[in-house]
Design a binder for this molecule. Structure first.
Ligand code: G1P
Length: 295
């Protein structure tokens, strides 16, 4: 029988060094860089909570302790805000504080690849399906990407991966899936390949960084075989698991910003700022003028 147990836990691999954002990431984890006024990781956590996730598991690394601090109370700040009766700020911080006991942190001790980072969460996940959200990617859509995936999962069971279309010449940068029969807001996956050589991709549908996986992925990742880039690749593990379990693709139809890259990060800042009623009025005019001045 296809496994449809509720997805309660989400894994966030946040151990990456962020070398594309040096010098900023020398002292600040890339997940803590701000899009408008929230760290990137907050957008991804919000997406997980919107989808009904109850427990957040962070796979961190050395020099990432600030992420753990961010999801805790900052006592001095809290006291000062209360003394100054800063109600709005107190409410804002209370609103994003996870309930006690609903976060877990473990460390990936060496950068051996995404498959290895996920494997590091095996004890914290245990024997149940889990969501995996790559924190570089933040998404803007009417419905959160993971929420849409959970809805498809309730129908399909098994494993669900979110995909989007990319330009054919970009396919070599991603995991790419082959397209089978339609199911819900997506399709059955016939094939998966990590970073296909140019001209060999089975489609233009790329894996966008959101997954619902069954725990049987862990013993496969435990084998720790190296793949593309000499890293332990999650996609290779999923290819093996697909021999035993179904994989469906959820076709996400919103905007995705790769905040691990400078262009994506800048575009995310502009897009999310323009969506905000408190910011748009003072940003839109100067932004248009700036663009016109370049023509
Ligand atoms: C990872 C995955 C890849 C996916 C991509 C999305 O690659 O291995 O399948 O398409 O994330 O961002 P990375 O970006 O770590 O090279």
């Amino acid at each position: 029988m296809t496994d449809k147990r509720k997805v309660r836990k989400a894994v966030f691999p946040v151990a990456g060094l962020g070398t594309r954002f040096l010098p900023a990431t020398k002292a600040v984890p890339k997940e803590m860089l701000t899009v408008v006024d929230k760290p990137v990781i907050q957008y991804v956590v919000d997406e997980a909570l919107e989808a009904g996730i109850e427990h957040l598991i962070f796979v961190t690394g050395r020099s990432k302790a600030v992420i753990e601090d961010y999801f805790d109370i900052q006592v001095e700040l809290d006291q000062t805000l209360r003394e100054r009766n800063k109600k709005a700020e107190i409410e804002l911080l209370e609103g994003i504080l996870p309930k006690a006991g609903t976060t877990s942190f473990t460390r990936q001790q060496a950068p051996l690849g995404l498959g290895h980072a996920v494997w590091c969460a095996r004890d914290l996940v245990g024997n149940e399906p889990f969501a995996l959200l790559l924190p570089d990617m933040i998404m803007k859509g009417e419905k959160g990407c993971l929420k849409g995936m959970v809805e498809l999962y309730e129908q399909s069971g098994g494993n669900v991966i979110a995909v989007e279309e990319c330009a054919p010449d970009q396919a070599h940068k991603y995991g790419i899936v082959g397209v089978g029969d339609k199911i819900g807001d997506g399709f059955k996956i016939t094939k998966m390949v990590e970073k296909p050589a140019p001209g060999t991709a089975p489609s233009n549908f790329f894996i966008n960084g959101r997954y619902i996986l069954q725990p049987e992925i862990f013993p496969i990742l435990e084998l720790q075989e190296r793949g593309a880039g000499n890293e332990i690749q999650l996609t290779d593990g999923m290819v093996k698991l697909s021999g035993e379990q179904p994989f469906a693709a959820y076709h996400f139809r919103g905007d995705t910003y790769d905040c691990g890259a400078k262009d994506g990060f800048i575009l995310a800042n502009v897009a999310f700022a323009l969506e905000r009623g408190d910011i748009r009025p003072s940003v839109e005019g100067p932004l248009k003028a700036l663009l016109q001045s370049l023509q």
